[in-house]
Write a protein that binds this ligand. Sequence first.
Ligand SMILES: [Zn+2]
Length: 113
Amino acid sequence: MATTEIVKKDSSSIFRLLDKEDEKTGQKMEGVSQCPFYDEKGSQDHFARTKAHSKAERNAIRKLIPEYLITQFIKDAEEQGKVKKIDFCQCHTPRPEPLAKEICSTCHKVIKQ
Ligand SMILES: [Zn+2]
């Protein structure tokens, strides 16, 4: 796949615009991504550039995959028992486990975000 990339920065974020071309079909798709340099607490995210690049690339590649292939892939995974249904916590006031905050310490199920 051929890639063309545009990077723009301002004081708070990095933007990436990335073009991917499927060389077999000649089809081109654009992937866009934005990632802030600082989190909500004001701490610097040293991986902002990497994250913006990876997300833009993923978004572009995703658009090049035909929808029928994705649907078939999911259907095959379900038929092969590779898809698990998640049993979410039903507690009135879920209490997150100290070392795994997504798990309820009362019922040991996943807390829905
Ligand atoms: Zn629970």
